[in-house]
Design a protein around this ligand. Structure first.
Ligand code: BG6
Length: 494
């Protein structure tokens, strides 16, 4: 097992869960600022006030009512915690955190730019100079430490002002707004950032319906397809523009690695699984990589009465803006079946059917390193462009002992077989160029809004009730990952 020379080892974060400073430095609010804390049992809520000023906390985002005529306004209500507001405060700790990444030997650091820090209303005339300067400082410092920034441009945090105007990506004017934002960040950071990702886990829009259960109306399904279409075109136009601004840019798509297995060998389950992979994964991947919709897209549109607003220009843009690399998150696999299954797992982001060959995390996520090798080989076989694993890791409870010591051997036990799986895929011909573990520094969980679901090598003193002084600490896994990077993946010993 050998990782290529120059392999990019590092960690990953996202502005909405890590950066904080939500109302500082001229930043405007984003969708994720109105999401409360939660847990596996009690899901996160979105809070808003209706046209009579009455407050509500609901699971569903009332996007349509938030349009100008609906009178609904997103609002932070008393009695709720909004953990994303502070995240784990990269905004004020970036120097310290980058020093810790450098100490671990990072070659790459994945983070996202908060669109509403650059354009507080999403499509302002001029960008926010303070926001531009903040990321310039961060990227410069990363470079000084020989760390390549890997930058996601949209990680769940659409500026709220755009949601009020155009709903949740239900208007093609989003495309121009995104391209304008892309032009500013590509131009400003063209000598500092080489690796870019357009939309984080773009396929969640579809896979969240199917994998996590729930029937939705054709109308809702069509909205999701519209949402995706505008994001595909926005991504493609940004990719094309990025290459004009700096031909050395490597720009990728980012998908949630929702890899599924047929639960039984019943041919109906094999078919069900193929359709699941098409709808939840290949639908988005194919548009990004091949620059056109796959033949099976027509079947999905027909089944749900979807009439998409696709113009000739869109088709041209999609073709001209194909990605340079394919990146995805990998946490687990899920099973699909046409049969009734009683043995279920409860967990956020988890399909439910228990795979008897796997173990499960405290949040009900299957631990499946073989699935990582399998997914790398299947995806590379289809796309033949460089791959990156840009999220992977174990959300777990950590216990802080005397002297700020955290013995997180369970985290190391999770990583060892996953790194071995990547090595095997590379030996099998896969062009994997980077690995960034999720939440390399503790941050707010996207799914549950918890702090106690920790992924980091770096501990942050922040808790579910919002307390904590935010000081940083090194877990055992910090020193272990340092050794892994130093040996370029040769030494995985504990
Ligand atoms: C991915 C997201 O879905 O999974 C991250 O891109 C997220 O934003 C990560 O944090 C882990 O999920 P969770 O719910 O454990 O934070």
């Amino acid at each position: 097992m050998s990782f290529p020379k120059g392999f990019l080892w590092g960690g990953a974060t996202a502005a909405n869960q890590y950066e904080g400073g939500w109302n500082e430095g001229g930043r405007g609010p984003a969708l994720t600022d109105y999401t409360t804390g939660g847990s596996v049992k009690e899901s996160r809520k979105v809070t808003w006030i209706d046209k009579d000023g009455q407050g509500h906390a609901t699971n569903q985002v009332p996007f349509d009512d938030a349009l100008p005529e609906g009178g609904v306004k997103y609002a932070c209500l008393d009695g709720y915690l909004y953990p994303n507001h502070e995240g784990t405060d990269f905004y004020h700790h970036y120097k310290e955190d980058i020093a810790l990444f450098a100490e671990m030997g990072y070659k790459v650091f994945r983070m996202s730019i908060s669109w509403s820090r650059i354009f507080p209303n999403g499509d302002d005339e001029e960008p926010n100079a303070e926001g531009i300067a903040f990321y310039k400082d961060v990227f410069t410092l990363l470079r000084q430490n020989n760390i390549e920034p890997l930058v996601t441009m949209h990680h769940f945090d659409t500026p709220i002002a755009l949601v009020y105007k155009w709903g949740d990506w239900q208007d093609r004017r989003y495309i121009d707004a995104f391209v304008k934002y892309a032009k500013v960040v590509f131009t400003e950071y063209k000598d500092l950032v080489k690796y870019w990702l357009t939309f984080n886990e773009i396929n969640n829009t579809l896979s969240c319906i199917n994998i996590f259960g729930g029937n939705i109306s054709d109308e809702d399904y069509a909205k999701r397809m519209t949402h995706l279409h505008y994001q595909f075109v926005a991504s493609a136009k940004a990719v094309k523009l990025g290459h004009e601004i700096n031909p050395d840019f490597m720009i990728g798509c980012m998908l949630s690695g929702m890899v599924t297995y047929p639960h039984t060998c019943d041919p109906k389950d094999i078919q069900e699984n193929q359709w699941s992979m098409e709808e939840n994964f290949w639908y988005c991947g194919d548009v990004h990589v091949f620059g056109e919709y796959s033949p099976f897209a027509k079947r999905l549109w027909k089944a749900h009465n979807v009439k998409l607003d696709i113009t000739e220009q869109d088709l041209k843009d999609l073709k001209e803006g194909t990605v340079d690399m394919f990146t995805y998150s990998y946490y687990m696999t899920n099973n699909v079946t046409t049969h009734e299954v009683e043995d279920k797992v409860a967990g956020n982001y988890s399909a439910g059917i228990r795979n008897p060959y796997l173990t499960y995390s405290d949040w009900g996520w299957a631990v499946d390193p073989d699935g990582l090798q399998y997914s790398l080989e299947v995806i590379y076989d289809r796309y033949r462009i460089p791959l990156m694993i840009v999220e992977n890791g174990l959300g777990a409870f950590d216990t802080v002992e005397e002297g700020d010591v955290i013995h997180d051997g369970y985290r190391i036990d999770y990583y060892i077989p996953h790194i071995e799986a990547m090595g095997k895929a590379i030996d099998n011909g896969v062009d994997l160029i980077a690995y960034t573990t999720w939440g390399c520094v503790d941050c707010v969980s996207a799914g549950t809004g918890e702090m106690r679901k920790r992924y980091g090598f770096i501990y942050v003193d922040k808790h579910d009730d919002g307390t904590g002084d935010l000081h940083r600490g090194r877990k055992d896994s910090f020193f272990w990952y340092q050794k892994v990077i130093k040996s370029n993946g040769e030494d995985l010993s504990k």
